[in-house]
Design a protein around this ligand. Structure first.
Ligand SMILES: [Fe+2]
Length: 369
């Protein structure tokens, strides 16, 4: 009974389809409540996209792949370490909190057991973030995506735990980059970009001497911006000079950055981001990893609005596991944009119709650090 809408379309009287959490994981507004005028500005300030329940979305169920409690607890552990290190300006003196490592390891084990039983990730991870905790949410999402890829490659459990830890900590070097630059909306100047780029090396430096962690975890921070053709940073490594974990993180980090909603732009739909990644395989991203990842995440998350090739607007109702580009959709508007009596069609049976416009943003709106 739920669909996604841009928060700019919220009106009083609408019913919230999913609970909204603040940056510390506390409930802001519970799912099911009626939106009052006074809430709208606050929601719009913190969230780009929200779920609502209404008649049009009757029978559309959002699937939660990873329990929200596990996400919030894991993000809170990362936040704890982030805050501890933020007070310490001297990089060579930092040491990671032993409890943080134990907690993160345990959370990664729980996450693994969930993802090992997941054939395809149906949940739209892009919608759960509030703008204020985006760094932690992004790290969590990257861990979920990296692990789902690692699991489907059949990596052994010890490696998967290291991959999950490396994913959680991959951007931790940003602690030592000025916060105004990290949070700057839109395009950065060349000097600012050069400063942002230092986070890969700084993260490596902070993590490499931690005896609690494998050197592979530090290498996730070091290599997640390397690209196959040598165009990445910090070292411009080429091809197999990049560790498998670096190649995995390159794919899933960019994927999450592009699907994630930001204060100044809506995220792109997974199908569009996969197009983008495919356009750069072998040059920047590993073809096999991109292809495998495309099979593990839902191309059109349930509850999203899409435009069809015949001009009509529809909501994604259910995905067809073997045909990720052809879900079951519910027509809600005709070619003229007028509301119609909702009608479900299965795009597998209607091969002349395709989804033509999903996200609505052009690739040039995106800048990935
Ligand atoms: Fe990064």
């Amino acid at each position: 009974m739920t669909r996604q809408i841009s928060s700019t379309l919220l009106r009083s009287g609408m019913r919230l389809g999913r609970t909204l959490y603040d940056e510390h994981g506390r409930v802001l507004l519970s799912g099911g409540i009626e939106i009052r005028e006074g809430f709208i500005k606050k929601i719009q300030k913190d969230f780009a996209v929200v779920y609502i329940d209404d008649e049009t979305s009757e029978g559309i169920e959002i699937k939660e792949a990873v329990p929200i409690e596990l996400r919030l607890q894991t993000q809170a552990v990362l936040e704890k370490q982030w805050n501890l290190w933020s007070q310490n300006t001297s990089l060579n003196k930092v040491s990671i909190d032993r409890d943080v490592v134990t907690d993160l390891r345990n959370h990664m084990k729980q996450l693994l057991s969930i993802l090992q039983g997941t054939t395809i990730l149906q949940e739209d991870l892009a919608t759960v973030a509030s703008y204020d905790n985006m760094t932690y949410v992004h790290s969590m999402n990257v861990a979920i995506y990296a692990l789902i890829l690692g699991v489907s490659m059949g990596l052994p459990e010890g490696m998967l735990i290291d991959l999950g830890l490396g994913a959680m900590l991959h951007d931790i070097g940003k602690i030592w980059v000025p916060i105004e630059i990290i949070n700057k909306p839109g395009k950065l100047t060349n000097e600012e970009y050069e400063l942002i780029k230092t986070h890969a090396e700084l993260g490596h430096e902070a993590l490499v001497n931690q005896h609690e962690l494998s050197y592979l975890v530090a290498h996730c921070a070091f290599q997640h911006h390397e690209r196959l053709n040598g165009s990445g940073y910090p070292r411009g490594l080429i091809g197999d000079e990049i560790h498998l974990f670096g190649k995995i993180l390159a794919v899933v980090d960019v994927y999450d950055a592009m699907v994630m909603h930001r204060p100044y732009r809506r995220g792109m739909l997974p199908a569009d981001v996969m197009e983008f990644l495919y356009s750069r395989v072998e040059k920047e991203y590993d073809l096999n990893l991109v292809a495998l990842f495309g099979k593990k995440v839902s191309m059109f998350p349930i509850g999203t609005e899409v435009k069809l090739s015949d001009g009509r607007t529809a909501l994604v109702k259910e995905s067809n596991p073997n045909f990720p580009g052809r879900p079951i959709v519910r027509i809600i508007q005709n070619e003229q944009g007028e509301a119609v009596t909702p009608m479900d069609i299965n795009l597998i049976d209607q091969l002349h119709i395709t989804i033509v416009n999903a996200g609505g943003n052009s690739i040039t709106d995106y800048f990935i650090d």
